[in-house]
Design a protein around this ligand. Structure first.
Ligand code: PEP
Ligand code: MG
Length: 900
């Protein structure tokens, strides 16, 4: 435990700084930094994350000396703020907020207005000159405190709608109904004074405890509750999704309260130093006059824009901050520039104006979607704020996914029935079936349904369902509401503030502009424009080619990266898509996929059913022209680039039907008896087909299959070469475990190729290489490389065989392995560098010991995974190969690897 547990900030000074996020959390570190920068923040202090871990470990004890340190810091704050905590005449109030190393928006607790009690209330009324304000602050304290400290923190889990907060809200509603008013603001000071008495009675009745009147008790209650909220349900769920370690802990920030709800001269708001949805270099934000911060985020009132460019359909008729308080807006804009220059990144800020004085409450690096991340990175580099390398590192490879995201087909969209409009919180298009709760979203998505989560507003409790949904639609909330923030962070399509929705979640129905929809009904969202449509609308693939920022960033990335990027593609169309995405060759063409087409499967089955070589050759002859045609198509698309074609890999039973109905159909079609088919299926049956007669083993038993495939490849190559296409075929033999296996297949390939080229009268340069996907091949890679002209690591099989986990069945237990932390990541998604990685590394080194310039790539799923790509870079591969849509992600990930 570090000796110092409390770090003070305020009045242009601070004991901490921005680099101390681990100890002070993001919020605490940045408050300290802002204070050092001379930006006005309400004075306060941060209790470290180490205190949190101590508190957790000891079941709720505080380390020695903490109380004293808090006392000392509190005194300093009192001095700066010229007020005293608990003082009858000049009281100081505190906010108590969480702040972890990584931002966890809304996942932990906050308590505001700590220090209001029977003694301080009269003093504050005199000081603020506003009785209503004081009682309103008090009722907020009671609501928050009873919920966070007296209920959640002690582990009470009330039934849905029976939480103390909901019960108090119900009391407040009752009072409004009795008065015949709609808004909280319509309750006057005396109403609120009565209300707090009702609240206190209710609390005593429900929680069997008095609401504490002692400011010290309130403060420590709040601090403990915030520490405890680190292990609250939703914080835990969020950490799991975001991969945030459980042992980090949160810091607690205790800060002097400033009020945005002191009247028309006060306000509170949130802003981004650039537009987080588009990345445009425009100051973007929202605020509310006479409100507290929670009002902006809760999305109950429609926030106003801070300036003209931030105005939306919902706020265009309302005056901006720039119009209402021009002097303060100028100050805020200056701070914006200062913060961006200092942090050299887009900031997400919170501010409060108390009676005409501007305070910054928070700054942090702002979340942004992929499109915005790319634009900001490129523009900030051009503005000289960051280097090209930094610009590249600013965009997470996965974020490019969003640029590659589908949009609603504009033609269909133009004809579609518009249901309502809302705020465009997360771009892209989506369609799905309506669900009303996060649990339903999760459950139905698990069944493979595409769902859209529709709620009044989302809360951090909904994150699991939000993650599972295709898109999120809320009736309330602004661009900075919970739903908007979370969706933006994930790059998910999202519309918020869709006021026309009337949702009855209990009955699972909604009405919107006279239409009734129920659970399971299809809707479509345009998250870029904020429009909701009835029914399904077709989705168009994204067109990153039109995005100038993306294109520029990718050229920087391409210059930096050392790894080549290829694609796994089996058709000319896929190859074309991949080439458009920047693929520099095909790393894996799985030829078996070509045998499943309706025009081929019969010939393939005839080949399998044949009893002898002559029969097989006859059937293969029918397949030959079809394969050749496929290869001609692919070679033409990949003109000038290498194309790795793998010979037949799966066990033959995969080409025969399993069920009797299909077997009968096949029998009829082929003019054979169903018994003959069943006998064949029986004879092909294997206990462990993935370890059985597949890969090169098939080609060794039936060399005519390999010969036919090589003939098709080389004939196609000769054919296109004659037309002037630059063709570079690479014949790849799968599932090799010994040098002799490869030798056998290489001989077949070379013999066939020579014959074809002689006959065609042209020569094409081709390579014969192997997949390394059996541990033995990696171990004996020096021998294998005597025969192989290239290696391509098939890490799907290599993972299967190294772990001994069946690729097809591991889903049954891998989730348990992940949740029980037996494995850190899904090994079929992210390469196990510790184990499988050793084989890869060794395979490369041994292979290159024999053949110095052996070309090495990867074509397992890991070839598209950024972490695995980093590994491939480090072990000196020449290229990675992945599915077409992951090509841009791989390009950027390879640049990241080269930059680090
Ligand atoms: C592999 O095993 O990694 C591979 C690419 O081959 P397949 O997935 O087709 O077995
Ligand atoms: Mg394989």
């Amino acid at each position: 435990m570090a000796t110092k547990q409390v770090y003070f900030f305020g009045d242009g000074k601070a004991e901490g700084n921005a680099k101390m996020k681990e100890l002070l959390g993001g919020k605490g570190a940045n408050l300290a930094e802002m204070s050092r920068l001379g930006i006005t923040v309400p004075a306060g202090f941060t209790i470290t994350t180490e205190v949190c871990t101590y508190f957790m470990k000891t079941g709720g004890k505080y380390p020695e000396g903490l109380k004293q340190e808090v006392e000392t810091a509190l005194k300093k704050v009192e001095k700066i703020m010229e007020a005293r905590f608990g003082d009858a005449r000049n009281p100081l109030l505190f906010s108590v907020r969480s702040g972890a190393r990584a931002s966890m928006p809304g996942m932990m607790e906050t308590v505001l207005n700590i220090g209001l009690n029977s003694t301080t209330i009269p003093g504050l009324i005199t000081k603020a000159g506003n009785k209503r304000f004081v009682y309103d602050a008090y009722r907020r304290l009671i609501m928050m405190y009873s919920d966070v400290v007296m209920e959640k923190a002690v582990g009470i889990e009330p039934k849905e709608g029976m939480g103390i907060r909901a019960q108090l809200e119900h009391e407040m509603q009752k009072m409004k109904d009795a008065k015949g008013v709609k808004f909280d603001l319509e309750l006057d000071a005396d109403d609120l004074k009565k209300l707090v008495q009702i609240f206190k009675k209710k609390i005593k009745q429900v929680l069997k405890k008095d609401f504490p009147d002692d400011p010290g008790e309130q403060l420590w209650g709040a601090i403990s509750a915030v520490f405890r909220s680190w292990n609250g349900k939703r914080a835990k769920a969020y950490r799991k999704i975001e991969n945030i370690p459980d042992d980090w802990g949160t810091a607690v920030n205790v800060q002097a309260m400033v009020f945005g709800n002191l009247g028309q001269n006060s306000a509170t708001g949130v802003a981004f130093t650039r537009d987080p949805a588009t990345g445009e270099n425009k100051f973007y934000g929202e605020f509310l006059v006479n409100a507290q911060g929670e009002d902006v985020v809760a999305g109950i009132r429609t926030p106003q824009a801070i300036n003209e460019v931030s105005k939306t359909d919902a706020s265009k008729h309302l005056p901006s901050l720039e119009e209402l308080m021009p002097e303060l807006y100028k100050q805020l804009a200056k701070i914006r520039t200062k913060l961006e220059k200092h942090y050299r990144d887009m900031q997400d800020i919170e501010f409060t104006i108390q009676d005409g004085k501007l305070f910054m409450l928070q700054t942090r690096v702002g979340k942004r979607n992929g499109m915005a991340a790319v634009r900001m990175a490129v523009e900030m580099c051009k503005e000289g704020l960051i280097s090209k390398e930094e610009a590249i590192l600013r965009v997470k490879p996965e974020q490019l996914d969003e640029l590659l995201h589908p949009m609603l087909d504009p033609k269909d969209e133009a004809k579609a029935e518009k249901l309502a409009g809302g705020l465009p919180a997360g771009p892209g298009g989506a369609m799905g079936q309506i669900v009303f709760t996060a649990d339903d979203a999760e459950a139905q998505a698990k069944q493979g349904k595409k769902v859209i989560l529709v709620r009044n507003e989302t809360s951090p409790e909904d994150v699991h369902g939000m993650k599972a949904a295709q898109a999120i639609l809320t009736a309330m909330g602004g661009m900075t509401s919970h739903a908007a923030l979370v969706a933006r962070g994930w790059g998910k399509c999202c519309i918020v503030g869709c006021g026309a929705l009337n949702i009855n979640a209990a009955k699972k129905v909604l009405s919107v502009n006279g239409k009734r929809l129920r659970e399971g009904d299809w809707i479509s969202l345009n998250g870029t424009k904020g429009v909701v449509y009835k029914d399904k609308i077709g989705l168009l693939p994204a067109d990153p080619g039109k995005n100038v920022y993306y294109k520029e960033l990718m050229t920087w990335a391409d210059k930096l990266r050392k790894l080549g990027i290829r694609t796994n593609a089996d058709t000319p169309d896929d190859a074309k898509a991949a080439r458009n995405f920047g693929a520099e060759g095909i790393g894996l063409c799985r030829t078996e996929h070509m045998f499943f087409g309706p025009d081929r499967i019969t010939a393939m089955r005839q080949m399998i059913l044949a009893d002898d070589e002559a029969g097989r050759k006859k059937a293969l002859k029918k397949l030959l022209p079809l394969q050749r045609k496929d290869f001609i198509g692919i070679f033409k698309v990949m003109d000038g680039l290498p194309v790795t074609i793998r010979t037949l890999d799966p066990p033959l039973h995969e080409f025969l039907p399993n069920d009797e109905v299909s077997q009968r159909e096949m029998a009829k079609q082929m003019g054979v008896s169903v018994e003959a088919i069943q006998a064949k299926v029986q004879s092909l049956h294997e206990a462990n087909p993935m370890l059985g007669h597949r890969g090169c083993r098939l080609g060794i038993t039936y060399p005519e299959i390999t010969a036919m495939q090589v003939q098709a490849i080389i004939e196609a190559a000769c054919h296109v070469a004659k037309q002037g296409v630059k063709v570079h075929p690479e014949i790849m033999i799968p599932l090799v475990g010994t040098k002799q296996e490869l030798e056998n297949q290489r001989n077949v390939a070379v013999e066939t190729a020579e014959k074809v080229m002689q006959k065609a009268g042209v020569r094409v340069k081709y390579l014969v290489g192997t997949m390394i996907e059996i541990p033995r091949a990696a171990l004996t890679a020096d021998q294998v490389a005597e025969v192989a002209e290239f290696f391509s690591f098939g890490t799907n099989d290599l993972t299967q065989m190294t772990f001994g986990y069946s690729r097809d069945d591991a889903v049954k237990f891998l989730p348990d392995y992940l949740s029980k932390k037996i494995l850190p990541a899904e090994p079929f998604q992210t390469l196990d560098q510790e184990g499988v990685g050793q084989l890869v590394d060794m395979g490369i080194q041994r292979g290159r010991a024999t053949r110095k310039d052996l070309k090495v790539g990867i074509c397992g799923e890991h070839g598209g995974d950024p972490k695995s790509i980093d590994f491939c870079h480090r072990v000196g591969m020449n290229y990675v190969s992945c599915s077409p849509f992951r090509v841009p992600i791989a390009r950027l990930a390879a640049a990241h690897a080269a930059t680090r």
